[in-house]
Design a binder for this molecule. Structure first.
Ligand code: SAM
Length: 280
């Protein structure tokens, strides 16, 4: 029986194209089209938007994004075995799906997209984290995207939305919340995926702010935050020693006790410190 969009059910697609999941590519597929439509809706109003999807696999989320009205979807998939299944979706939605066979970490997507642009993906978590950092740290803000709707391991999602003082608070929380509004919009049990991973997953929705919450040079802020959390149980005056020769005085000027630990310092204080470090 055909699915709601008139295309074959995903189990059939996987069987037809022999898409046995590959662990090395982090393949845990979503086969429930109601669920992929729900994730597509969590990405916001897609009408009139180009959507960049990374890692479409057999195309469950791709179908959700197209059915929810995306103007165009640009899908970047590393596994060439998925291309015939994606070509069937492209034929069903003429002119609305472009597929690039490549590594999302290497492909330059910007020239294929027209604003407004949203990004949606269910990716292996290591690729997802690396892309998230890249999308959050361009030299110029606002970025090319309006929102990111990304699946992560639940523990990683918690690190993105964490507040100071929590065990999950660190580099990801600071970089995400500096330039975006970040929230967890869905939690999924392992059984939602085929094959089922060991852990729960969560969808995080990030909306780009028109300007960062506090001024700071992204490269300097990243350096300060990375050094601070590299040895998160250490006092900042020692973990940040390599960042600036007068770090103790700069910490005091930023209103941060030099004996404080990174996990208790908020975004405003980190940005203030990054500005003082940048000033030399
Ligand atoms: N989006 C599909 C879904 O929800 O069912 C597939 C999700 S699966 C977790 C991750 C997908 O990302 C796989 O199709 C995998 O081949 C692809 N992938 C892994 N690494 C990638 C990379 N560096 N660039 C592009 N795609 C990648």
């Amino acid at each position: 029986m055909a699915a709601i969009d008139g295309l074959p059910p995903l189990r059939e697609v996987i069987a037809t194209h022999e898409l046995v999941a590959k662990k090395a590519l982090g393949q845990n597929f979503l086969l429930d089209l109601n669920l992929t439509a729900k994730i597509a809706r969590a990405a916001g109003d897609l009408t009139g938007c180009d959507v960049l999807e990374v890692g479409p696999g057999p195309g469950g989320l791709t179908r959700g994004l197209l059915a929810e009205g995306a103007r165009r979807v640009l899908a970047v998939e590393k596994d060439s075995r998925c291309l015939p299944a994606l070509a069937e979706i492209a034929a069903h939605y003429p002119g609305r799906l472009e597929v690039i066979n490549g590594d999302a970490l290497a492909v330059d997507v910007a020239s294929h997209l027209t604003p407004p642009i949203r990004i949606a993906a269910n990716l292996p978590y290591n690729v997802g984290t690396e892309l998230l950092i890249r999308w959050l740290t361009p030299a110029v803000w606002p970025p090319f995207w309006q929102s990111l709707t990304l699946m992560f391991q639940k523990e990683v999602a918690e690190r993105i939305v964490a507040k100071p003082g929590s065990d999950h608070y660190g580099r990801l929380a600071l970089l995400a919340q500096w330039r975006a509004e970040a929230k967890i919009v869905m939690v999924l049990p392992p059984e939602a995926f085929t094959p089922a991973p060991k852990v729960h997953s969560a969808v995080v929705h990030l909306t780009a702010l028109p300007a960062p919450r506090y001024p700071a040079d992204p490269a300097v802020l990243e350096r300060v935050v990375a050094a601070g959390f590299n040895q998160r149980r250490k006092m900042l005056r020692s973990s940040l020693k390599g960042v600036h020769p007068r770090i103790e005085a700069l910490l005091e000027e930023a209103g941060i006790p030099p004996t404080e630990r990174a996990e208790r310092v908020n975004l405003e204080q980190f940005c203030h410190l990054a500005r003082l470090v940048a000033a030399g």
